[in-house]
Write a protein that binds this ligand. Structure first.
Ligand code: NAP
Length: 357
């Protein structure tokens, strides 16, 4: 009997230590218990992963949840499951393909017509390291879905968010933004050799720049906007990467990954935190690493780049006017009229077209 005591206590210590270390490394759960009855949440990419668990937690807290997904079969199934597990009947599946301007416009139009309010917008959907490909409108797939699609959607919902203020926009970025670079000469990988990793990093850097610039333009409106890195989460995001498909990583390396990688439920906690925490009501333009505020990478702090990216993005997605809300410095509000020809020019000759804005 006594010969089992030592191995059992070693096992117990290692196991207990691993659980504590995992909790420490993964950031834990949202400290706020705030409920959100009467609030409407719009969340993209909510049929799986972090988005689905964020939708579930916010439904559990009493919100009215609009799940925007590209696959209606998966979306209806996830919405049904969330209604069942939370006993909240107000969880709705809606179609949006962020790789299509037409689809984003129709999704936003329905929300603007049918919903009384939008209190929380969570720009969650993304594709990572997918093969080269373009959206319906000719944008690089990762830039188009992860950034430009959400840039357009957010702008189209701003009036509703403003009417519902205090309201919040939450943008899912990634730690990967720190090695991102914005290439204004070739945003959409039309000229240089495609690099899927760099394309993902560019899109996630663009989201942080967008967050900061939008926050600046929305000062004083009661709409806040923040970005976050959710941590490393076991979801379908890595579906295009070798690691995800390899037997070796899913068997041999999985015990090591256990320590560092968290469940989608834990991965949703930072989004839930930014959506509900009382102390964040007037916090805007910040970047959170899990639930701790951090300074983003230096290239995400460059305001000149942020303004240039905003203007080019508005033209690319064909926004007739950008933020029409008051800002602290009126000269920064740039109403942009864009003709379809100019949108095409941007895709092939971004620097020449810049002078049109
Ligand atoms: N997981 C991580 O470790 C990690 C780390 C850093 C940042 N993030 C960020 O966290 C967010 C959520 O990622 P996740 O890990 O939960 O990934 P995920 O499991 O792959 O979920 C991504 C969601 O985005 C949707 N989506 C993809 N393309 C779309 C399109 N064209 N239109 C509409 N929806 C689309 C997917 O729909 P389908 O199911 O139809 O494909 C899915 O619902 C992403 O912004 C990601 O960059 C995640």
């Amino acid at each position: 009997m006594s010969r089992y005591i030592l191995p059992a206590s070693i096992f117990g210590t290692v196991f207990g230590g691993a659980v504590l270390l995992k909790n420490h490394l993964t950031g834990g759960t949202c400290p706020s218990k705030a409920r959100i009855p009467g609030k409407t949440v719009v969340i993209t990419g909510a049929n799986t992963g972090i988005g689905k668990e964020t939708a579930r937690e916010l439904a559990r807290r009493g919100g009215r949840i609009i799940m925007g997904c590209r696959d209606m079969g998966k979306c209806e199934e996830a919405a049904r499951e969330i209604r069942g597990s939370t006993l909240n009947p107000h969880v709705y599946a809606r179609h949006v393909d962020l790789a299509s301007i037409k689809s984003i416009r129709s999704f936003a139009e329905k929300i603007n017509q049918e919903e009384e309010r939008v209190d929380i917008l969570i720009n969650n959907a993304a594709v990572m390291r997918c093969p080269p490909g373009k959206t319906e409108d000719g944008f690089d797939m990762q830039l188009g879905v992860n950034y430009l699609g959400h840039f357009l959607l957010t702008n189209l919902l701003l009036d509703k968010l403003r009417d519902s203020a205090p309201s919040r926009v939450i943008n899912l970025s990634s730690l990967a933004h720190i090695i991102g670079e914005i290439d204004f000469e070739d945003l959409n990988w039309d000229k240089k050799m495609f690099n899927t990793k760099k394309a993902y990093c560019q899109s996630k850097l663009a989201i942080v720049l967008f967050t900061r610039e939008l926050a600046r333009r929305l000062e004083g409106t009661g709409i806040t906007v923040n970005a976050l890195h959710p941590g490393v989460v076991a979801t379908e995001l890595g579906r295009h990467t070798g690691m995800h498909q390899s037997q070796f990583s899913s068997t041999v390396l999985s015990p090591f990954f256990y320590l560092l990688i968290k469940s989608p439920e834990l991965g949703a906690q930072p989004s839930v935190y930014l959506a509900v925490a009382e102390e964040l009501t007037s916090v805007s333009g910040r970047y959170y690493d899990v639930m701790k505020e951090k300074e983003p990478a230096p290239q995400a702090l460059d305001q000149e780049v942020a303004v240039k990216l905003w203007d080019i993005s508005a033209s690319l997605v064909g926004l007739e006017t950008t933020v029409s809300v008051p800002t602290s410095s009126p000269e920064t509000v740039t109403p942009v009229k864009v003709l379809p020809e100019e949108i095409r020019t941007y895709q092939s000759e971004p620097t020449a077209a810049l002078t049109n804005v």
